[in-house]
Design a protein around this ligand. Structure first.
Ligand code: M6R
Length: 365
């Protein structure tokens, strides 16, 4: 049931404050301001040498964000691959390794094959899945369920942000177990996560602005998305969403890579989306934007009030997000990114919930 929405995707985008809230309530104890991850005790994070993550598509981008978190908050090395590569590359699996699989459906063929490979090679298996009775869930030692509810739109939206919520809680848990997150830091991080539902409501208010700026986008043939840190995977997610929904060719790049090639593509016909909260590396992104502006590129900047004030007016359009703690930025900034591709597709008249050539669950190779 689409309720009052035109498409399932719109409904699912707007459900996010609620379903992220449901998901978080399973993994954090807001009263005590502590993470409390059911099943996590089965993994000996203290003695872990490495986490291996495999997933496909949007779930892979959630894993890429989690890599930054596990490494930063838990000082735990993470190796991540798209599952279609991981399953055939015969990577050696050593002692004290934990393999983590991320999948909305829990049925993706390549992800499942990667899981079975790790299992046969003796790794402990965990899965972040949305469908608890799925094959990936059944074959895992520990399941971290996302409580996103059924996702009908082929383009993943709410499953992605719920995956990030679970992964953030797990990274904090790992950090605490390994002694890299102390009590005060845990309190700060858990409070930050607890603020997500309210911040997501605020982020959704940018929809009117996004609808207006999306109209001219429906006439472009290519677009670039740039981000740094945990917003780099989000840039790739934005490009994937635009491709899937509006069939516009798009690429996501780490902003620092701009000079190493993609800058050659910039001209006045090229929209460049910059996903950049005002954080410790914001200044670097401002210089990237100046480089784009100097070549006539059309910048659409997604940032907060401070970021907008310090952007030096290089952007043609600015989408303002609420101020957020850095751990929640990729979750909150996912919402405008989703809405941009949604509204562009609506203007183009493509089949938003069932884009051409795509299946909701890829159960064959
Ligand atoms: O069910 P899964 O999470 O395993 O699916 C993985 C990908 O097929 C999926 O995220 C795909 O990339 C979506 N169409 C993205 O919007």
């Amino acid at each position: 049931d689409k309720g009052n929405y035109r498409h399932f995707m719109a409904k699912e985008i707007h459900e996010q404050p609620e379903v992220i809230g449901h998901t978080l309530s399973r993994y954090i104890d807001l009263g005590a301001r502590k993470v409390d991850v059911p099943g996590a005790a089965a993994i000996d994070f203290t003695n872990l040498n490495r986490i291996l993550i495999s997933a496909c598509g949007t779930a892979y981008y959630a894993g890429l964000v989690a890599k930054y978190w596990f490494e930063k908050y838990a000082r735990l090395p993470v190796e991540i691959d798209v599952a279609s590569e991981f399953r055939y590359r015969e990577t050696p699996i050593g002692k004290n390794e934990f393999a983590l699989f991320i999948s909305q459906s829990g049925e993706t063929a390549d992800t499942l094959a990667s899981l079975r490979y790790c299992k046969e090679n003796g790794a402990k298996i965990g899965a972040v899945v949305n469908v608890p009775e799925s094959t990936i869930a059944r074959e895992s030692d520990v399941v971290f369920q996302t409580i996103a509810g059924p996702e009908i739109g082929v383009a993943s939206t709410k499953a992605f942000t719920c995956q990030l919520a679970v992964l953030a809680a797990l990274a904090i848990h790992a950090g605490r177990s390994r002694g890299f997150v102390n009590e005060d830091q845990e309190t700060e991080l858990v409070e930050a996560l607890g603020a997500i539902p309210g911040l997501a409501v605020q982020a959704l208010k940018s929809e009117i602005k996004i609808e207006t700026l999306s109209q001219p986008l429906s006439r472009v043939s290519d677009a670039l998305y740039l981000g740094r840190g945990t917003n780099f995977p989000l840039a790739m997610e934005g490009a994937l969403k635009l491709k899937e929904l509006s069939y516009i060719h798009a690429e996501g790049y780490a902003a620092g890579e701009l000079k190493h090639g993609p800058i050659a593509l910039i001209d006045e016909n090229m929209p460049v989306f910059v996903i950049a909260p005002h954080d410790g590396i914001y200044e670097k992104t401002v210089s990237n934007m100046q480089e784009v502006a100097a070549r006539g590129g059309r910048i659409i900047l997604i940032t907060d009030e401070r970021g907008a004030a310090e952007s030096g007016d290089v952007a043609q359009d600015v989408v303002i997000m609420p101020d957020v703690h850095e751990i929640v930025a990729p979750i909150i900034y996912a919402l405008p990114v989703q809405m941009i591709s949604y509204h562009t597709a609506v203007f183009m008249g493509t089949d938003v919930d069932q884009p051409r050539n795509l299946a909701k669950s890829v159960t064959v190779e």
